[in-house]
Design a protein around this ligand. Structure first.
Ligand SMILES: NC(=O)c1ccc[n+]([C@@H]2O[C@H](COP(=O)([O-])OP(=O)(O)OC[C@H]3O[C@@H](n4cnc5c(N)ncnc54)[C@H](O)[C@@H]3O)[C@@H](O)[C@H]2O)c1
Length: 263
């Protein structure tokens, strides 16, 4: 899939890994629709990239009607620009750690579990689901008749969740697990599905980690001995868009880091 001349929808596109994808896509001649709840960051990214390449739409991915109105506005913008949809990148996500049972024998609240699942899992499915009819209707490209690609974001926690990550790991494990069936469902339309599972990357999410947790995570790293940079994530997204043989796969992006039991 060529990035140039196509539009890519990025949820969580106002910050961190999603923002790096938006920048990369626009630098490669594509257009980006940024869906996010952070209007300030979204607006500043559009002023950096220019309103002819980037469009910010406020959207809460845990709210199905909010996605529906974002789809309508995105489709209208795509009609205006004449750059058909080429991909969906659901990168919005939250951490919200919590032990399943704490020292005082209090179980994790179901509200906090629902909060994580409704954004990371249900929000991913709903966003993809609502944009797919438009991706399947995009003009096919090249001799394979490719229409587009869905690139989901899992996490190392899908495989080695740490203490306090039951809900987060459940959400990311589910995203990893649905990669292959989604690719199978969408093959008839010429749409691929790739999931990237990053270890620790610099972003607003990881900026909130305490020094102790951060130091512990460094011990689990092999090489390089540092968190990933958002641009290292977006360069794999870009490759995943461009390489038609990547399909139905979960790719770890972690410098051989394996999360330990305790930090
Ligand atoms: N940074 C890491 O170390 C790391 C590692 C593994 C996976 N991830 C995953 O990468 C994705 C991006 O995270 P990040 O590190 O860039 O974090 P980030 O906090 O910098 O960006 C996340 C963005 O999602 C947006 N968002 C949150 N809830 C939303 C909602 N309900 N609707 C729409 N937008 C919403 C936020 O406003 C924010 O702009 C997440 O899915 C995260 O779980 C991150």
């Amino acid at each position: 899939m060529k990035i140039q001349g196509r539009t890519f929808v990025v949820s969580g596109g106002a910050s961190g890994l999603g923002r790096a994808c938006v920048r990369d896509i626009c630098a490669a001649g594509g257009n980006a629709v940024i869906l996010d709840m952070n209007e300030e960051l979204g607006a500043s990214l559009v002023s950096e990239l220019g309103p002819s390449s980037a469009k910010f739409l406020p959207c809460d991915v845990s709210d199905t009607s909010s996605i529906a109105s974002a789809v309508d506005s995105a489709v209208a913008w795509i009609k205006e620009t004449g750059k058909p949809l080429g991909g969906i990148i659901p990168a919005a996500g939250v951490g919200n750690p919590g032990l399943i049972l704490d020292k005082k024998l209090r179980p994790v609240s179901l509200e906090s579990v629902d909060f994580v699942l409704s954004i990371n899992l249900r929000g991913t499915i709903d966003l993809v689901r609502q944009f797919l009819p438009h991706l399947a209707g995009a003009p096919p490209e090249g001799s394979d008749g490719e229409r587009g690609v869905v690139i989901m974001v899992a996490s190392a926690a899908a495989f080695e969740g740490q203490m306090g990550q039951v809900a987060y790991a459940a959400s990311k494990g589910a995203v990893a697990a649905m990669t292959l069936p989604m690719a199978r469902d969408l093959s008839r339309f010429g749409i691929r599905v790739v999931t990237i599972a990053p270890s620790m990357f610099e972003s607003n999410m990881t900026a909130q980690l305490s020094d102790t947790v951060r130091k512990g995570l460094y011990k689990a790293m092999e090489f390089p001995l540092r968190p990933g940079q958002p641009e290292e994530f977006s360069s794999l997204v870009r490759h995943s868009i461009e390489n038609i043989m990547l399909n139905g796969v979960v790719i770890r992006l972690d410098g051989a880091t394996r999360m330990p039991s305790k930090l």
